[in-house]
Design a protein around this ligand. Structure first.
Ligand code: ADP
Ligand code: MG
Length: 585
């Protein structure tokens, strides 16, 4: 049936499906053969029935025919059960393969792609869309194969029994086929929109649950609820539309078979009356028409089901088209002998997207190995962006960034990131235990190393106080910790890696004065063996730095020590005078 071609299902989606199915092709073939055998045992039944009627007509014993019929029925049931189990298992394996491939890919997504995507929608693609591949594999691929073959076999048998009646049947089926050609693409479109709406719902849900406290505090539950319900209703509407067209397709097929049945009965009856055919032939042919129903329903079901599946495949494919980092093996963490790293920016120009203004307009600075360098400047100056570029979350549009004199683009990505310890501005903590969070960047760290970073990050007292110690669960995004505790966990995590380059983005902004002073000493200590870059908001941190890079509006205004800059740079002098507190960003 040419209806497998749909305007919205491009060939690559089919190739994607075949890619997921290929590893299981033998299991699928075995399942298909078992299904076929089931069909064949059913197909033999009319022949036995004809013999039974013959036997009756000629006063012969019917026990042989009855025995054959019972045998066929039992074989039919047993082979059918085995076949459907094998097929379902294979379908689950196809879903598993798709989920594995998609989750691996999503973890490698470039940060630019993540910036542009809704995590909830991507989640829906992994959970909901892949599930739809199950039906595509069993019902569509196998249904089309076995149903199609059974259909052909039945038609051949019909031709052998009575070619004239076959012609009548085929005419009816062809008429129904052209009606289906109009209906089927509509199922595809509706399915795609239904799945898109599920994605929208996932995104809205993630947005709301991710900030439920803020939503509650803003009294915005009802508005968020409305958005969620709208997405759910849109999915309902589109699914109902798809169901309507699927039902129409199924009923068209069913109706066609009824018409074929009546027509065959009328034409066949006339042929029996004229003596062109005998009554046994007519009964056998009518049984074949009856048996045609199941493969035809199967093929039509396969085609309609494929529309839903190909809509899901297209969504999976869209996710697989997002830019991703090349697959790479994890790199070992630096060994103590590797020494600190030197970093330099050479006239770096960068913007987050082609349609956004430049954030860096030619940033240049050089940081030698070892020592502490502070980045200061008003909010939005581009300080965090400097760190994102060093981690290669983004690539500069022009200019060069070097680590140890080597262009970042020449570094193997895992190796580059293994050299760096990064504490992000909002000090993210992942759901799980404190220990999970500390070991995230260095799973092999021993207890002694963990105890050491707990002390240096001043977390040891907290851990001692907690009944479960390091096994305490921190909640989603670390909500069970205070802001300052989260920051110290993030710092401890970064230190545990013994990085060659430590990036601290306002990492102590939420600490009390005592803890802040202690951590300042820790960082100063670390800076003796490691290169430390800090985005600083407190004068105390800045004055301790070996050099200060003053940034403003995507440019480096000045570089120097505190003493030099207070005298030479008015912006810095002003920031220093207000203790950076007002201008922190
Ligand atoms: P700072 O850390 O100095 O306060 P940032 O480097 O975070 O500044 O941001 C510099 C500018 O880039 C800001 O104007 C900000 O709005 C923009 N920006 C930051 N992150 C993104 C992003 N992921 N996508 C688009 N624009 C961004
Ligand atoms: Mg920032």
């Amino acid at each position: 049936m040419s209806t497998m071609e749909t305007p919205t299902g491009p060939p690559p989606a089919r190739r994607l499906l075949l890619g997921y199915v290929r590893p299981h092709r033998w299991a699928l073939a075995a399942g298909a053969v078992l299904s076929l055998l089931t069909g064949v045992t059913g197909l033999l039944l009319p022949l036995v029935a004809r013999r039974l009627i013959d036997d009756l007509g000629h006063d012969r014993s019917i026990s042989g025919a009855l025995l054959a019929m019972s045998g066929l029925v039992v074989a039919n049931a047993a082979v059918g059960a085995l076949g459907s189990y094998v097929l379902r298992r294979t379908a689950e394996s196809v879903v598993l393969g798709a989920r594995r491939a998609l989750t691996s890919y999503l973890l490698r997504l470039r940060v630019t792609a993540v910036d542009r995507s809704e995590p909830g929608d991507l989640m829906a693609r992994v959970t909901s869309d892949t599930t739809l591949l199950r039906e595509v594999t069993t019902d569509s691929l196998v249904g089309l194969g076995t149903g199609g073959l059974t259909l052909v076999a039945t038609v051949v048998m019909m031709g052998l029994v009575d070619p004239v009646l076959l012609g009548v049947t085929l005419a009816v089926i062809l008429a129904a086929g052209s009606v289906l050609g109009v209906i089927v693409p509509r199922i595809n479109r509706a399915s795609r929109q239904a799945q898109d709406a599920v994605g929208v719902m996932g995104a809205a849900l993630e947005r709301t649950l991710g900030a439920l406290r803020t939503v509650k505090a803003s009294g915005a539950e009802h508005r968020e609820e409305r958005a969620l319900h709208e997405a759910a209703e849109e999915s309902w509407r589109q699914s109902v539309r798809a169901a309507r067209w699927s039902a129409a397709a199924g009923n068209t097929a069913g109706l066609a078979m009824q018409i074929a049945f009546i027509t065959v009965l009328a034409v066949g009856g006339a042929r029996v009356a004229t003596g062109a055919a005998d009554i046994g032939t007519l009964v056998a042919f009518l049984l074949y028409v009856f048996y045609l129903m199941s493969p035809i329903q199967q093929v039509v079901g396969a085609v309609t089901q494929y529309q839903t599946g190909s809509a899901a495949l297209a969504r999976i494919q869209d996710a697989l088209r997002l830019p991703a980092e090349p697959p790479a093996r994890p790199a070992p963490l630096p060994s103590p002998g590797d020494g600190p790293a030197a970093v330099a920016f050479h006239d770096v120009r960068f913007r987050y997207a082609d349609d956004l203004p430049y954030v860096h307009h030619g940033v240049s600075f050089a940081v030698p190995a070892r020592g502490m360098t502070a980045f200061v400047g008003p909010s939005g100056a581009g300080k965090t962006t400097v760190f994102s570029l060093i981690e290669r979350f983004y690539d500069p549009d022009a200019g060069r960034i070097t680590l140890d004199g080597r262009d970042l683009a020449e570094w193997e990505l895992p190796r580059l990131r293994a050299a760096i310890g990064y504490v992000e501005q909002d000090a993210p903590v992942l759901s799980g235990s404190l220990r999970d969070n500390l070991l995230l960047g260095h799973p092999e760290a021993d207890e002694e190393a963990v105890a050491r970073v707990l002390r240096t990050a001043r977390l040891d007292e907290l851990v001692a106080r907690l009944p479960d110690g390091l096994d305490t669960l921190v909640g989603h995004r670390g909500t069970k910790l205070s802001g300052g505790e989260r920051q110290r966990v993030a710092i401890a995590r970064a230190l545990l890696r013994r990085p060659r380059l430590l990036l601290l983005d306002e990492a102590t902004s939420q600490l009390d004065a005592v803890n802040e002073a202690a951590l300042r000493d820790t960082v100063a200590e670390v800076a003796r063996t490691t290169t430390v870059l800090v985005v600083a908001h407190r004068l105390s941190t800045v004055t301790a730095a070996d050099r200060i890079v003053v940034m403003e509006a995507g440019r480096v205004r000045a570089v120097g020590t505190h003493r030099e800059l207070v005298a030479a740079d008015p912006l810095y002098a002003e920031l220093a005078a207000t203790q950076f507190l007002a201008a922190a960003g």
